[in-house]
Design a protein around this ligand. Sequence first.
Ligand code: EPZ
Length: 438
Amino acid sequence: MTDLLYVNGGTPLQGTISVRGAKNFVSKAMVASLLGESPSVLRNVPQIRDVGVVSGLLELHGVGVKYDPEAGVLDLDPSDVEAAHVADIDAHAGSSRIPILFCGPLLHRLGEAFIPDLGGCRIGDRPIDYHLEILRQFGAVVDKRPNGIHLRAPRRLQGTKISLPYPSVGATEQLLLTAVRAEGITELTGAATEPEIMDLIAVLQKMGAIISVDTDRVIKIEGVDRLDGYSHTALGDRIEAASWASAALATGGDVTIKGATQPEMMTFLNTFRKVGGQFDVQEDGIRFWHPGGDLRSIVLETDVHPGFMTDWQQPLVVALTQATGLSIVHETVYENRFGFTEALRQMGATIQVYKECLGGGACRFGARNFHHSAVVSGPTPLEAADIEVPDLRGGFSHLIAALAAKGTSTVRGISLIDRGYEAFQDKLVALGADVARG
Ligand code: EPZ
């Protein structure tokens, strides 16, 4: 099977699909199972590459992993966790950012950890300085090696006070996965509070942890001596749901997404409505459709939760190329998340990126020469093209553009989309798209 997809665009997407558990929660809940003295069960787990990568890493550390893709049930048995061979882990280097979250649990279980060089989407520098500072504050000794990072805990990790300069999702998860078994109290100020974080806190509480989330992004954890396994059903993937909703808007379609939930998508739903899309919240999902007529341009700023999520931005920008007027998008979470607009320009979109903070307040990237604002002028008809997938969400945006364009596009590097969109080709076919693998 080659790594390309032919997309014959111009047909509105219509029909019903389902989304299962959130990629950016499931992978963390899997890591959390390492902390338990007994087995865990995770339900609503999608069959995506990230789940496979984390399963492989867990098995390297002696965790028994059994996955039923039909049922979406993952059984995790950490009873005999052992140190993996550095070489084996190296094989997973560059595959994802999740390995960095193994540090805390492995330091508690084994007293040491080796983390390979990380992967993840090229949407910015993706530093891990907050993570390493947090681990050092707990008492870990961090030693950077040529092919990764070696950590050891000379004695039991000690609770600590941390203040994050930015509400980083990963750094908040790093702290949670380490503090729950550390000795004493840990207090985090400036925490991320995304729904996926709250679901991870629910999992840790089921395991025996003591965690409180205060109003002003302060999280307090009382370390405990023992955690047990959990039984949990993952929350739905709000990023995947918003991606398909944007595809419905961009192609003039009507798509019902089972598993999409309103509370986690409130900000997206407001924006979807402002652009001119319509939605109907149902018992087991949300229906999204283009009601006909013009779409309206908007001013949009991405932010941490409960703001408009950075991962929603790229798919929605494709729909904004079909909106009448000038839309302004200010990306404040990642410094380099408009790379995907190159292919859209190639297809006929009118999008200009800027270094200035446009459309909202000044952000961290304002005076640092990053093209993190975009102006989209529409509507512009899109023409089919030969395009390369740049990253996960940018790749899905390329797919949406190809679906909206007249003619047959070739989308290369399509397997990258398997990382976060379960059975996306089957879902495209179910929605009436005219696609074929190369
Ligand atoms: C998670 O990435 C998600 N990935 C991202 O989704 C998501 O976009 C992001 O959170 C924000 O919601 C997973 O959960 C696997 P961050 P993460 O730490 O944790 C800076 C997708 O497509 N930062 O909140 O890596 C960082 O550079 C992916 O599913 C530091 O400076 O995001 C960025 O500017 C893309 N130092 C900002 O914080 C650090 O040590 C937000 O990053 C850590 C982060």
